[in-house]
Write a protein that binds this ligand. Structure first.
Ligand SMILES: [Zn+2]
Length: 265
């Protein structure tokens, strides 16, 4: 599923990619949607069939071999490139030794996160954030991980996806939250600046971004669909938020089933 930001206050645009076809999901809001898993999974990297999906859409050999499937991607503070053990140093140079942004977002309340600068605002849309504010920029993924670790002392780094989908999320004053956190973490940030170099940890003076989703009605109670348990998922399409398709019969996180061959009707 591909998500693109909407224009201005318009909701994000959701598409399903099916070969060369793109199915416009926004246009199908309020209509019946049926997703049927054929039982086939193809590795998103090498295309080989696999019985099970590892690390969101990979076959086991790719999962063990690719740098993008290494644990340091989820825990950037554990980047081990400098030890000479990066699984794919060229990939690491291209993806991890790039400017990264530390941001505050409101997906189910205040959270901190990091991402490559080029991944904004996609990253926020993936998480179903309704507001986001970049606060710091650093030179590498490792540095962003160190900053995130510091912020985690004071703020969550996870989204409560049930609350996110229910839409029970109060707007926050992210500028005030940023100023409060920066003051509280001042000495920790000074310590990090010594570690990464003064020029490598830069404050960003941005305005908050507001993100909107195409949701006719938020679910009151969350029922999860799962292609591993039931191959057919159908219902009226009530909304799209984060990586979730919201049907009147339940929700499904399509990111979880990356690589699964799905028929759409
Ligand atoms: Zn593979």
């Amino acid at each position: 599923m591909a998500i693109a930001p909407g224009q201005g206050d318009e909701p994000a645009r959701y598409h399903l990619r099916a070969g060369d076809h793109r199915i416009d999901l926004n246009a199908r809001l309020g209509q019946p949607l049926r997703l049927s898993y054929t039982g086939a999974i193809a590795c998103t990297h090498c295309g080989r069939p696999t019985n099970k999906s590892f690390g969101q859409g990979h076959c086991f050999p790719c999962f063990k071999r690719l740098a993008q499937c290494d644990t340091c991607i989820v825990k950037p503070e554990t980047c081990h490139y400098h030890a000479g053990t990066c699984r794919e140093p060229a990939w690491g140079e291209q993806h991890c030794f790039q400017p990264h942004v530390v941001y505050l977002a409101n997906s189910s309340g205040l959270k901190v996160g990091i991402t490559r600068k080029t991944q904004l605002p996609t990253r926020w849309l993936d998480q179903g954030a309704i507001q986001a504010l970049p606060i710091l920029e650093v030179d590498t993924r490792l540095q962003s991980g160190k900053v995130e670790m510091l912020f985690k002392e004071a703020v969550a780094d996870r989204t409560n996806w049930r609350a996110m989908l229910k839409g029970e999320v109060e707007p926050l004053d992210l500028i005030a939250e940023r100023d409060r956190l920066m003051a509280r973490l001042e000495s920790g940030l000074a310590g990090l600046r010594e570690y990464v170099g003064i020029d490598s940890l830069r404050e960003i003076d941005a305005s908050p971004t507001h993100l909107h989703y195409p949701v006719l009605e938020s679910p009151r109670k969350i029922v999860s669909h799962n292609f591993d348990k039931s191959r057919e998922v159908s219902g009226l399409l009530m909304g799209l938020k984060g990586q979730y398709v919201i049907l009147d019969t339940g929700v499904i996180n399509l990111r979880k089933f990356t690589g699964y061959e799905i028929e759409v009707a």
